[in-house]
Design a protein around this ligand. Structure first.
Ligand code: HEC
Length: 168
């Protein structure tokens, strides 16, 4: 029994020492240009999913109209476009230099139009740690966060007035 306990303790110590040496030796590069770490995406997805919980059940309390969409454009241009880019504008150097790369919320392959609005609202409110995505709970009002959520949730359904608002 004592030998078994000693074996377990030694194994744990060796794993801890191995992990320490791996990180110390540069095994976990924090450069944005380094390839993803083994399982990085899987673990991050799992943790994010668990953090969001059932926030997806929450519905946007605001009516879907151009007034709210246009207000969303203002918020987006000021607080989001630097990382997520905007329709018709060149990609920013900031967005090109980040890891993970900020999704381009108005380009087909990255749109969040299929996500529950409550999930997007949760991300805008709380942010995503270690990714660069800020939480706006303390800096944007509840209304502003729902308006910008409405905008990105309908990125494939922009009225001409909303499209024009991105241009100036
Ligand atoms: C400093 C850069 C930065 C700013 C500013 C920023 N984001 Fe993000 N955002 C990110 C990054 C990076 C991710 C990707 C996180 C990940 O991969 O887990 C992200 C993820 C998201 C997602 C999730 C996308 C998906 O595919 O699940 C949404 C939605 C989002 N941001 C919306 C916004 C909105 C709306 C604003 C403005 C109010 C904003 N972001 C401002 C960097 C930023």
């Amino acid at each position: 029994m004592r030998g078994f306990v000693l074996g377990v303790v030694l194994t744990i110590l060796m794993l801890a020492a191995g992990g320490y040496l791996f990180v110390r030796g540069g095994g976990v590069s924090l450069a944005t240009t380094a390839p993803p770490l083994p399982l990085e995406k899987t673990v991050a997805r799992m943790a994010l999913h668990a953090s969001i919980g059932n926030a997806g059940d929450q519905k946007d309390p605001l009516p879907f109209d151009d007034t709210n969409m246009l207000a969303g454009v203002n918020t987006y241009k000021e607080h989001c476009a630097v990382c997520h880019n905007a329709p018709g504008l060149p990609h920013t150097a900031i967005s090109n230099g980040m890891f993970p790369p900020p999704p381009r919320l108005f380009e087909k392959e990255d749109m969040v139009t299929d996500d529950a609005e409550g999930v997007t609202y949760w991300k805008v409110t709380h942010g995503i740690r270690l990714s660069g995505m800020p939480g706006f709970e303390r800096t944007l009002s509840d209304t502003q966060r729902w308006q910008v959520t409405m905008l990105v949730a309908h990125a494939d359904k922009l009225s001409p007035a909303v499209q024009a608002a991105f241009a100036h």
